[in-house]
Design a binder for this molecule. Sequence first.
Ligand SMILES: C[S@@+](CC[C@H](N)C(=O)[O-])C[C@H]1O[C@@H](n2cnc3c(N)ncnc32)[C@H](O)[C@@H]1O
Length: 207
Amino acid sequence: MTCENDLRQYAPATQRNRDSILETLVSVLPPVGNILEIASGTGEHAVYFASKLQNYQWIPSEPDAMRRKSIDAWQKFCYSPNCQSSLNIDVLNSTWTEGLKNLKIIAIVNINMIHISPWKACLGLIEGAGNLLPSGGILYLYGPYKQGGKHTAPSNQLFDESLSLQNKAWGVRNLEDVIKISQQQGLKFMKIVNMPVNNLSVVLKKN
Ligand SMILES: C[S@@+](CC[C@H](N)C(=O)[O-])C[C@H]1O[C@@H](n2cnc3c(N)ncnc32)[C@H](O)[C@@H]1O
Protein backbone atom coordinates (compact mmCIF):
# COMPACT_ATOMS: atom_id res chain seq x y z
CA MET A 1 0.00 0.00 0.00
CA THR A 2 1.32 3.47 -0.75
CA CYS A 3 0.15 6.55 0.97
CA GLU A 4 0.05 9.92 -0.67
CA ASN A 5 2.39 11.58 1.81
CA ASP A 6 4.83 8.69 1.83
CA LEU A 7 8.08 10.42 0.79
CA ARG A 8 10.18 7.26 0.51
CA GLN A 9 12.01 6.89 -2.80
CA TYR A 10 13.32 3.60 -4.16
CA ALA A 11 16.60 2.68 -5.85
CA PRO A 12 16.34 -1.06 -6.64
CA ALA A 13 20.14 -1.46 -6.93
CA THR A 14 20.42 -0.87 -3.18
CA GLN A 15 18.63 -4.17 -2.50
CA ARG A 16 21.04 -5.99 -4.78
CA ASN A 17 24.35 -4.53 -3.54
CA ARG A 18 23.66 -3.94 0.16
CA ASP A 19 24.70 -7.35 1.52
CA SER A 20 28.04 -7.44 -0.30
CA ILE A 21 28.74 -3.87 0.83
CA LEU A 22 27.76 -4.76 4.40
CA GLU A 23 30.12 -7.74 4.41
CA THR A 24 33.02 -5.54 3.30
CA LEU A 25 32.16 -2.78 5.77
CA VAL A 26 32.12 -5.25 8.67
CA SER A 27 35.60 -6.41 7.69
CA VAL A 28 37.19 -2.93 7.54
CA LEU A 29 35.39 -0.63 10.01
CA PRO A 30 36.89 0.30 13.39
CA PRO A 31 34.92 -1.54 16.15
CA VAL A 32 32.59 1.31 17.24
CA GLY A 33 31.84 4.95 16.45
CA ASN A 34 30.04 7.35 14.16
CA ILE A 35 29.84 6.73 10.42
CA LEU A 36 29.08 9.56 8.00
CA GLU A 37 27.49 8.52 4.72
CA ILE A 38 27.98 11.00 1.88
CA ALA A 39 25.38 10.91 -0.93
CA SER A 40 22.85 8.67 0.84
CA GLY A 41 20.38 8.96 -2.04
CA THR A 42 17.01 7.42 -1.12
CA GLY A 43 18.20 6.40 2.37
CA GLU A 44 17.59 2.67 1.85
CA HIS A 45 21.25 1.83 2.48
CA ALA A 46 21.30 4.04 5.58
CA VAL A 47 18.39 2.29 7.33
CA TYR A 48 19.63 -1.15 6.31
CA PHE A 49 23.22 -0.63 7.41
CA ALA A 50 22.18 1.07 10.66
CA SER A 51 19.95 -1.90 11.55
CA LYS A 52 22.81 -4.34 10.90
CA LEU A 53 25.61 -2.29 12.49
CA GLN A 54 24.32 -1.66 15.97
CA ASN A 55 27.76 -0.68 17.35
CA TYR A 56 27.72 2.46 15.23
CA GLN A 57 25.73 5.64 14.79
CA TRP A 58 24.91 5.99 11.09
CA ILE A 59 24.70 9.61 9.90
CA PRO A 60 23.25 9.90 6.39
CA SER A 61 23.66 13.00 4.23
CA GLU A 62 22.43 14.26 0.88
CA PRO A 63 22.47 17.61 -0.97
CA ASP A 64 19.11 16.96 -2.67
CA ALA A 65 16.17 18.13 -0.53
CA MET A 66 13.64 15.55 -1.80
CA ARG A 67 16.13 12.74 -1.19
CA ARG A 68 16.73 14.01 2.35
CA LYS A 69 12.97 13.76 2.88
CA SER A 70 13.12 10.21 1.54
CA ILE A 71 15.97 9.32 3.92
CA ASP A 72 14.05 10.68 6.89
CA ALA A 73 10.87 8.89 5.73
CA TRP A 74 12.77 5.58 5.49
CA GLN A 75 14.20 6.23 8.95
CA LYS A 76 10.65 6.66 10.35
CA PHE A 77 9.39 3.58 8.48
CA CYS A 78 12.30 1.28 9.45
CA TYR A 79 13.22 2.89 12.75
CA SER A 80 16.72 2.23 14.06
CA PRO A 81 17.77 4.27 17.09
CA ASN A 82 21.31 4.41 15.69
CA CYS A 83 20.27 6.03 12.38
CA GLN A 84 20.38 9.82 12.61
CA SER A 85 18.42 12.42 10.64
CA SER A 86 19.98 13.32 7.30
CA LEU A 87 22.45 16.18 6.99
CA ASN A 88 22.61 18.54 4.03
CA ILE A 89 26.13 17.96 2.69
CA ASP A 90 27.39 18.84 -0.78
CA VAL A 91 31.04 17.90 -1.22
CA LEU A 92 31.38 20.54 -3.95
CA ASN A 93 31.18 23.05 -1.13
CA SER A 94 34.82 23.43 -0.04
CA THR A 95 33.78 24.05 3.57
CA TRP A 96 31.54 20.97 3.90
CA THR A 97 33.44 19.57 6.90
CA GLU A 98 33.03 22.77 8.93
CA GLY A 99 31.07 22.09 12.11
CA LEU A 100 31.33 18.31 11.70
CA LYS A 101 34.50 17.73 13.77
CA ASN A 102 32.46 17.42 16.97
CA LEU A 103 30.64 14.42 15.46
CA LYS A 104 33.85 12.37 15.91
CA ILE A 105 33.43 10.50 12.63
CA ILE A 106 35.48 7.28 12.44
CA ALA A 107 34.48 6.32 8.89
CA ILE A 108 33.02 7.90 5.76
CA VAL A 109 31.01 5.76 3.35
CA ASN A 110 30.31 6.88 -0.22
CA ILE A 111 28.43 4.61 -2.61
CA ASN A 112 27.92 5.26 -6.32
CA MET A 113 28.63 8.98 -6.33
CA ILE A 114 32.03 9.80 -7.77
CA HIS A 115 31.11 8.74 -11.32
CA ILE A 116 27.70 10.48 -11.17
CA SER A 117 29.11 13.89 -10.27
CA PRO A 118 31.97 16.04 -11.59
CA TRP A 119 35.56 15.04 -10.77
CA LYS A 120 35.58 18.09 -8.50
CA ALA A 121 33.10 16.27 -6.24
CA CYS A 122 35.56 13.38 -5.87
CA LEU A 123 38.30 15.89 -5.01
CA GLY A 124 36.01 17.57 -2.47
CA LEU A 125 35.00 14.27 -0.91
CA ILE A 126 38.59 13.11 -0.49
CA GLU A 127 39.91 16.45 0.73
CA GLY A 128 37.10 16.60 3.30
CA ALA A 129 37.70 12.99 4.37
CA GLY A 130 41.40 13.76 4.89
CA ASN A 131 40.39 16.73 7.02
CA LEU A 132 37.61 15.05 9.04
CA LEU A 133 38.86 11.53 9.72
CA PRO A 134 41.11 10.77 12.70
CA SER A 135 44.23 8.65 12.33
CA GLY A 136 43.05 5.11 11.52
CA GLY A 137 39.70 6.38 10.20
CA ILE A 138 38.30 4.70 7.08
CA LEU A 139 37.07 6.10 3.77
CA TYR A 140 35.00 3.48 1.95
CA LEU A 141 34.13 4.02 -1.72
CA TYR A 142 31.91 1.81 -3.88
CA GLY A 143 31.32 1.92 -7.61
CA PRO A 144 32.74 1.03 -11.03
CA TYR A 145 36.35 1.99 -11.82
CA LYS A 146 38.74 1.92 -14.72
CA GLN A 147 42.10 0.35 -13.91
CA GLY A 148 45.26 1.50 -15.68
CA GLY A 149 43.02 3.81 -17.76
CA LYS A 150 41.01 0.89 -19.12
CA HIS A 151 37.53 -0.38 -18.45
CA THR A 152 37.44 -3.71 -16.66
CA ALA A 153 34.25 -4.94 -18.36
CA PRO A 154 32.23 -4.07 -21.50
CA SER A 155 29.20 -3.28 -19.29
CA ASN A 156 31.25 -0.62 -17.46
CA GLN A 157 32.29 0.93 -20.79
CA LEU A 158 28.64 1.12 -21.91
CA PHE A 159 27.68 2.59 -18.57
CA ASP A 160 30.48 5.17 -18.85
CA GLU A 161 29.25 6.17 -22.31
CA SER A 162 25.70 6.55 -21.03
CA LEU A 163 26.95 8.71 -18.14
CA SER A 164 28.78 11.14 -20.42
CA LEU A 165 25.67 11.42 -22.62
CA GLN A 166 23.73 12.52 -19.54
CA ASN A 167 26.43 14.91 -18.34
CA LYS A 168 29.87 15.52 -19.87
CA ALA A 169 31.39 16.00 -16.41
CA TRP A 170 30.32 12.52 -15.25
CA GLY A 171 32.19 9.32 -15.91
CA VAL A 172 33.73 6.16 -14.52
CA ARG A 173 36.92 7.21 -12.70
CA ASN A 174 40.37 5.72 -12.93
CA LEU A 175 41.25 3.86 -9.72
CA GLU A 176 44.88 5.03 -9.75
CA ASP A 177 43.78 8.69 -9.96
CA VAL A 178 41.51 8.25 -6.94
CA ILE A 179 44.29 6.56 -4.97
CA LYS A 180 46.76 9.32 -5.94
CA ILE A 181 44.54 12.18 -4.76
CA SER A 182 43.76 10.21 -1.58
CA GLN A 183 47.44 9.85 -0.75
CA GLN A 184 47.84 13.61 -1.20
CA GLN A 185 45.23 14.02 1.56
CA GLY A 186 46.88 11.58 3.98
CA LEU A 187 44.66 8.62 3.08
CA LYS A 188 46.55 5.39 2.52
CA PHE A 189 45.22 2.83 0.05
CA MET A 190 44.34 -0.36 1.96
CA LYS A 191 42.66 -2.63 -0.55
CA ILE A 192 40.10 -3.17 -3.25
CA VAL A 193 37.43 -5.85 -3.05
CA ASN A 194 35.73 -7.13 -6.19
CA MET A 195 32.00 -6.64 -5.91
CA PRO A 196 29.03 -7.88 -7.96
CA VAL A 197 28.43 -6.48 -11.47
CA ASN A 198 32.03 -5.31 -11.98
CA ASN A 199 31.99 -2.82 -9.13
CA LEU A 200 34.75 -2.34 -6.59
CA SER A 201 34.97 -1.51 -2.93
CA VAL A 202 37.94 0.80 -2.39
CA VAL A 203 39.18 1.06 1.19
CA LEU A 204 41.44 3.92 2.32
CA LYS A 205 42.80 4.61 5.80
CA LYS A 206 43.85 7.94 7.33
CA ASN A 207 47.56 7.92 8.30
C1 LIG B 1 23.45 7.29 -7.98
S1 LIG B 1 23.02 8.16 -6.56
C2 LIG B 1 23.59 7.04 -5.32
C3 LIG B 1 22.83 7.18 -4.04
C4 LIG B 1 23.10 6.09 -3.00
N1 LIG B 1 24.43 6.20 -2.44
C5 LIG B 1 22.86 4.73 -3.59
O1 LIG B 1 23.81 3.96 -3.73
O2 LIG B 1 21.69 4.44 -3.90
C6 LIG B 1 24.17 9.49 -6.52
C7 LIG B 1 23.94 10.43 -5.35
O3 LIG B 1 25.04 11.32 -5.28
C8 LIG B 1 24.53 12.55 -4.80
N2 LIG B 1 25.50 13.59 -5.13
C9 LIG B 1 25.80 14.09 -6.36
N3 LIG B 1 26.66 15.09 -6.26
C10 LIG B 1 26.95 15.23 -4.94
C11 LIG B 1 27.77 16.11 -4.20
N4 LIG B 1 28.45 17.08 -4.81
N5 LIG B 1 27.83 15.99 -2.85
C12 LIG B 1 27.14 15.01 -2.23
N6 LIG B 1 26.32 14.16 -2.88
C13 LIG B 1 26.22 14.26 -4.21
C14 LIG B 1 23.20 12.69 -5.57
O4 LIG B 1 22.37 13.66 -4.97
C15 LIG B 1 22.67 11.28 -5.50
O5 LIG B 1 21.84 11.08 -4.38
